[in-house]
Design a protein around this ligand. Structure first.
Ligand code: SAH
Length: 196
C-alpha cells in the first residue's frame, strides 16, 4: 500500500489519506484504507509472486493495483467492474501509479462485466476479493477458486459479515466470519444507478 499512492485513486476534491471510505460517483465508494489493508492481509498468502487474483467490484482500481504489485509480472491481477466509467477511471488511476507497467505488460487487466459471474477467462484464482456486499456467496466465484485458494467477500444486506472462504484440496469449502462490515451492494448495474 505504501507503493500505491491512494491520492492518485480518489476524485480531486477528496481527502485521500483519511481512514474512511469516500464517494467515487455512481453510488460507489473507495473502501477505507484499513479495509484495504485488512483484505490484503487476509489474502497475503494467496497473493505471492506468480499467483492469480481476481478483484470483483474493482471501483477505483486501488486494490487491483496492490494485487498486481504483490503477484508481480509473472502473476495475474484481474479487476471486474460493471460501471464502464469506473473502469476508465481505474485504468487512468493505475496508469499514473507504480502499477502502470503491469497494465502495459498485461499482468494486470480490467474488464467491464457483472462480477457476480467472476471472470472465467482467467480462472482459476488463488485469491478472490469482492468489494461489494452480496446477499449470498455467488457460486461462480467459488467455482473459480483454485483448490487451496481463498475468497474474501462481504455477505449480507443491512448487517454484513466479511466472510473468508477457503477451498480445500478436495474441492470442499470452509467458511468463517472475520468481522462485521458495511459495503455498497453487489447488485445489477440498473439497481445500483437507480439509487441516484
Ligand atoms: N474495492 C473498490 C470498491 C469500490 S465500491 C475500491 O476500493 O475502489 C464497490 C464497487 O462494486 C463499485 O464500484 C460498484 O460499481 C461495483 N459493483 C457492484 N455490483 C457489481 C457487479 N454486479 N459487478 C461488478 N461490479 C459491481
Amino acid at each position: 500500500m505504501e507503493t500505491i499512492d491512494r491520492g492518485l485513486f480518489v476524485p480531486p476534491d477528496s481527502t485521500p489519506y483519511v481512514d474512511s471510505p469516500m464517494p467515487i460517483g455512481y453510488n460507489a465508494t473507495i473502501s477505507a484504507p484499513h479495509m484495504h489493508a485488512a483484505c490484503l492481509e487476509l489474502l497475503a498468502d494467496h497473493l505471492q509472486p506468480g499467483m492469480s487474483a481476481l478483484d470483483v467490484g474493482s471501483g477505483t482500481g486501488y486494490l487491483t493495483a496492490c494485487f498486481a504489485m504483490m503477484v508481480g509480472p509473472e502473476g495475474h491481477a484481474v479487476g471486474v467492474e460493471h460501471i464502464p466509467e469506473l473502469v476508465d477511471f481505474s485504468t487512468n488511476n493505475i496508469r499514473s501509479s507504480a502499477a502502470s507497467s503491469f497494465l502495459n505488460e498485461g499482468s494486470l487487466s480490467l474488464h467491464v462485466a457483472d462480477g457476480r459471474l467472476g471472470w472465467p477467462q482467467l480462472a482459476p484464482y488463488d485469491a478472490i476479493h469482492v468489494g461489494a456486499a452480496a446477499p449470498e456467496i455467488p457460486q461462480p466465484l467459488i467455482d473459480q477458486l483454485k483448490p487451496g485458494g481463498r475468497l474474501v467477500i462481504p455477505v449480507g444486506t443491512v448487517f454484513q459479515d466479511l466472510q473468508v472462504v477457503d477451498k480445500n484440496l478436495d474441492g470442499s469449502v470452509n467458511v468463517r466470519t472475520e468481522t462485521s462490515v458495511r459495503y455498497v451492494p453487489l447488485t445489477s448495474k440498473a439497481a445500483q444507478l437507480h439509487n441516484n
